[in-house]
Ligand binder design. Structure first.
Ligand code: UT7
Length: 322
């Protein structure tokens, strides 16, 4: 069985916040943010939640795939910012869309989450366990940002992207996948959860927020992303020149330029949307995939690399034939 993406969808909050808007709240500037990252604005949740964004993206992906929620066997949601500890985000979406026959669970692999979710769904589909899966990447990162830390809060945004994937006889679909993790270096990008707190230990620690060693993450990304893409392309029996589009995690335009340079590929093959949305962790790759599809950049037979990297540390690359 081959595993094909049958439909995509995305949703972002209504409120768009520009770099100039942020410069009125903190000591930063459009010039600093734009020149260091390429980001010009981001969408931040005001009325929306991770569940509402994920649900909207899911409904659009189902409509695009031409299947009903009833036909879903599996829902995997990748997120680091679910609305609740319990129930998980995938079950919340299941309830909202009425996917009564689906098994639903979450994955936390930060910015690689959508890739890991897609890889997990692919295992069920190739082995004939399930027929149709919905994979979602959804975040409201703004709630775990320290809005007094200009070195992190300006980089991130909120939103959701989703893809319907199905098992098919037809050739193509997912050709290869490479994944990796390095927990030993994990603290370069972290956010603590609640501390242990029970009748035997009292902990009144204040809520924790995202903390990042930006330069360490930058160095990790510019080395690991091209390496993982090269490995995935080789595994698919292709060369880098065979790839039409590289849909990368949208953290920083300079990282994407560096990856393009290392792979000796033109920037035209690397679509971006970080200018408008910033970094949305697990949602970045599926939102961009949906955007490029809507821009008419994907045709039947197009060869596409999806690649993510981030906290964990985690990374993943996948080669698809559309
Ligand atoms: O999903 C994965 C997520 N993370 C990433 O991909 C992050 C990868 N790293 C990066 O993109 C870059 O390291 C950053 C964009 C985060 C930072 O760029 P940088 O060139 O590494 O800057 P820096 O951290 O070395 O900071 C340079 C200066 C500092 O001032 P001093 O110490 O030189 O006086 C910072 O305090 O820029 C200052 N700064 C800011 N200034 C204005 C930091 N944040 C800001 C800000 N506005 N928002």
């Amino acid at each position: 069985m081959n595993v094909k993406i049958k439909g995509t969808g995305s949703a972002v909050p209504k409120k768009c916040v520009t770099n100039d808007d942020l410069s009125m709240l903190m000591d930063t500037s459009d010039e600093w943010i734009r020149s260091r990252t390429g980001i010009e604005s981001r969408h931040l949740a005001v009325e929306e939640t991770t569940t509402s964004l994920a649900t909207e993206a899911a409904k659009r992906a189902l409509a695009d795939a031409g299947i009903t929620a009833d036909e879903l066997d599996l829902i995997i949601a990748a997120t680091v910012t679910p609305d609740r500890f319990l129930p998980n985000l995938a079950c919340e979406v299941q309830r909202e869309i009425g996917a009564q026959h689906a098994v639903a669970f979450d994955i936390n692999a930060a910015c690689s989450g959508f890739l890991f979710g897609l890889g997990t769904a692919a295992m069920y589909l190739t082995n004939g366990v399930y027929q149709n899966a919905l994979v979602i990447g959804a975040e409201t990162l703004s709630k775990i940002m320290d809005w007094n830390d200009r070195s992190t809060c300006v980089l991130f945004g909120d939103g959701a992207g989703a893809a319907v994937v199905s098992a098919e006889q037809e050739k193509g679909g997912i050709l290869s996948m490479v994944q990796g993790s390095d927990g030993a270096r994990g603290m370069v990008l972290n956010c603590d959860n609640r501390p242990v707190n029970n009748p035997y230990i009292k902990n009144d620690t204040a809520l924790a927020y995202v903390s990042m060693d930006g330069q360490a993450v930058y160095k990790f990304a510019v080395r690991t992303v091209p390496e993982s893409i090269e490995a995935a392309v080789k595994k698919a029996g292709l060369t880098i020149e065979d790839i039409d589009l590289f849909v990368l995690h949208q953290a920083n335009y300079r990282i994407i330029e560096s990856v393009a340079k290392r792979l000796h590929q033109p920037m035209e093959k690397f679509p971006t949307n970080l200018q408008e949305f910033g970094n949305i962790s697990a949602a970045s790759v599926p939102i961009l995939l949906d955007n490029v599809k809507n821009r008419g950049m994907i045709r039947t037979g197009s060869r596409i690399v999806l690649a993510g990297f981030g906290a964990g540390l985690t990374w993943g690359a996948m080669v698809l034939e559309w």
